[in-house]
Design a binder for this molecule. Structure first.
Ligand SMILES: [Zn+2]
Ligand SMILES: [Zn+2]
Length: 652
């Protein structure tokens, strides 16, 4: 028997391990790499095995870093069976469709750029159709059911207590007449967490693969973190501010709601009346769907939560809780000035509406940003947590002035002590213990702890590597056959993840011909790395005051988009040309005034783009309007580029 670690070893993302048992090939997870751009590039690379040769894929849970490459695996020839728990099956449907949507939008945006630059077009990593096509390979099982999947292999799912449906995987494999047992921890949760059951102990295994996300960190008590959160919300609201919580749409958000429920629900012993004036907005269409899946899967909730539901109150509903799905609802959050709480995805601030909420709130010292989950290396969330003050959102420089909090006690991952506790549940030392799914120091420190506390060796896996599974004689790694995962790139890279493109660009890909003839753009345009908005940013880099201008009200904005471009036409320019003789240099004030106008235009334009996109995302727009908007935007884009190049000519 052999095991090959193909992902999720140099960081916490991209979980993917291949076990070979006789002539059978079995995969554990098939996750997406996330974080830095170089990490994300790995997603399109070849799998270090032939997908067509894989017989089974056993999926631990529905997080994208564990399931996100399944549609690609199928697209590239996988024809086996995928097993997961029934709740994971419900969630994975939402996750993969959402993920496919993001890939489609990214490719669409990239291709507009490529067409303008006469570069070859790219394909999305996978499409919604690919995601749908992969569902027919899934077979859901219930926790505890032992399933003989072929003559040589039996599997069983046990509760991992990490997110709804998350599982520890037990595998019994027979090779040359001898049976061995492999246990994969998946991602492990903490004990005594809302909604979920505690992670189950496993008593025996020959080989163990376990996660070490928090292999060297101890969480504060959950109860303390929950109380801290309520204090932060109240203090922030007292100074007129908003609390923004980046949260994974599946899992963390539902636990957050459960935790907040008892403070918001009149009649509960923890009820705080002051909170009744502070609404909680959950802004992410996927979260709304995922919460629905939670509601429908009460059978896997823990005792306490089921008892609570039987008492008549649903813990994922309370007064003041608002789910926003449509564009109008989402926009309203951005523009109402009341103190409030905004919970939005993605949890590591890499994509999704959270980036807009950060842009609107993080510059203002009245507000708070609270992290409640793990922030991987190279992500914007990690950058903010590490104290970076100058970040970039949509190509705009944003100063981090809000209070930043990290409530690690709310994390869905077991901490160091909980990991050790789970491991000590094994009655005897496994022949081989592999540590995966953690940063290098975390795995190293945990291996030392295991040696000191339990007296045996663990193997931290830091690269793509293959091992023979042997019950005696110690572990000998085989030489790596494939290039290793690059370490996460410098965090800076993550600060500009091309976002407008993916989620908020609603324009249809324009016909090739039209795009092939670009407007007379200034030469700099081609060199400008990424962002749509940055191309239109004429401002001085340091004009921080600008950020304080309140955004225009949504309804008006959407109603009269044509007004925006009219504002800043540089009236002086033609006049200056008409009187060529004495070259008059514009006064400092005049230049400043133009800059101010341009800056306003830029912001209005971006707002317009955002609002219109939300309308399209929420499908709240008719086909005619979409078409008109499309034309308007293309013209605007050309006009602005033209304006920019003329401004440069006049300057000279
Ligand atoms: Zn997970
Ligand atoms: Zn994970």
């Amino acid at each position: 028997m052999k095991i090959k670690f193909c992902g999720g070893v140099q960081s916490v993302t991209g979980s993917n391990h291949l076990i070979t048992i006789g002539d059978k090939k079995l995969l554990l997870d098939c996750g997406q790499f996330q974080g830095s751009r170089s990490a994300e590039k790995l997603n399109s690379e070849d799998f270090p095995y032939d997908p067509a040769e894989i017989d089974f894929l056993i999926l631990s849970h529905a997080h994208v870093d564990h399931c996100g490459r399944i549609p690609l695996l199928v697209k590239r020839g996988f024809k086996g069976v995928i097993y997961c728990t029934d709740a994971t099956y419900d969630l994975v449907d939402i996750m993969l469709k959402d993920s496919a949507h993001i890939h489609e939008k990214e490719a669409e945006w990239q291709n507009r750029k490529n067409m303008r630059a006469n570069r070859p077009l790219v394909e999305p990593l996978y499409t919604t159709k690919d995601a749908e096509a992969s569902f027919k390979f899934f077979t859901p099982l219930v926790y505890g059911e032992t399933k003989q999947i072929c003559d040589e292999i039996k599997i069983r799912f046990r509760d991992a207590g990490h997110i709804l449906g998350s599982a520890i995987i037990e595998i019994w494999a027979t090779e040359n007449g001898e049976e061995s047992k492999i246990v994969f921890s998946g991602d492990l949760g903490m004990k005594d967490r809302p909604i979920l059951k505690d992670p189950e102990y496993i008593q025996d295994a020959d080989y163990v693969l376990m996660e070490t996300t928090y292999g060297n960190r101890v969480h504060p008590a959950n109860e303390k973190s929950v109380n801290d959160l309520v204090d932060i919300i109240l203090e922030t609201a007292r100074r007129g501010g908003t609390t923004v919580i980046p949260s994974f749409a599946v899992g963390r958000t539902q636990e957050l709601l459960y935790d907040l429920n008892r403070f918001y629900e009149p009649g509960s012993p923890d009820y705080r009346e002051e909170l009744s004036k502070i609404k909680v907005y959950v802004d992410s269409p996927m979260t709304v769907e995922a919460t629905e899946v939670f509601r429908q899967n009460a059978q896997v909730f823990d005792e306490e939560t089921r008892a609570y539901i039987l008492s008549g109150d649903h813990p994922l509903e309370f007064p003041g809780l608002v789910f926003s799905k449509t564009s109008e609802e989402s926009m309203a959050i951005n523009f109402n000035k009341e103190p409030k709480v905004i919970i939005s995805a993605s949890g590591m601030c890499e994509a999704g509406r959270i980036k807009h909420h950060l842009k609107h709130n993080i510059w203002n010292g009245k507000n708070s940003v609270v992290f409640v989950g793990y922030q991987a290396e190279g992500t914007l969330g990690r950058l903010i947590l590490d104290g970076e003050k100058n970040i970039k959102l949509f190509g705009e420089d944003i100063y981090v002035n809000a209070e930043i909090h990290n409530l690690e006690g709310m994390s869905g991952h077991a901490d160091r002590d909980a990991l050790l506790d789970w491991l000590s549940g094994f009655k005897k030392e496994p022949a081989m213990l592999f540590l995966v799914h953690g940063e290098e120091d975390s795995k190293r420190d945990f291996a030392e702890l295991v040696k000191a506390q339990l007296g045996y060796d663990a193997i931290p896996v830091n690269d793509i590597a293959e091992f023979d599974l042997v019950k005696t004689g110690g572990a000998k790694p085989r030489p790596a056959e494939t290039p290793s995962e690059p370490a996460s790139a410098p965090a800076k890279e993550a600060a500009e993840p091309d976002e407008i493109s993916s989620r908020y660009d609603f324009r249809k890909p324009a016909p090739k011909k039209e795009d092939a003839k670009p407007a007379p753009a200034p030469a700099e345009e081609a060199a400008e790395p990424d962002d749509t908005s940055s191309r239109y940013d004429f401002r001085k880099p340091a004009s921080k005051k600008k950020a304080k201008k309140p955004a225009p009200a949504p309804a008006e904005e959407a109603a009269k988009p044509a007004e925006a471009p009219a504002e800043p036409a540089p009236e002086e320019a033609p006049a200056a040309e008409a009187a060529p003789a004495p070259k008059k240099i514009a006064s400092e004030e005049d230049v400043e005034a133009i800059r101010e106008k341009m800056s306003n235009l830029h912001e209005d334009f971006e707002q317009l783009l955002y609002n219109a996109t939300l309308a399209v995302d929420g499908k709240g727009i008719s086909a005619d309007k979409a078409e008109a908007l499309n034309t308007l935007l293309l013209n605007l884009e050309k006009g602005i580029v033209q304006l920019g190049s003329e401004a440069i000519i006049h300057e000279e």
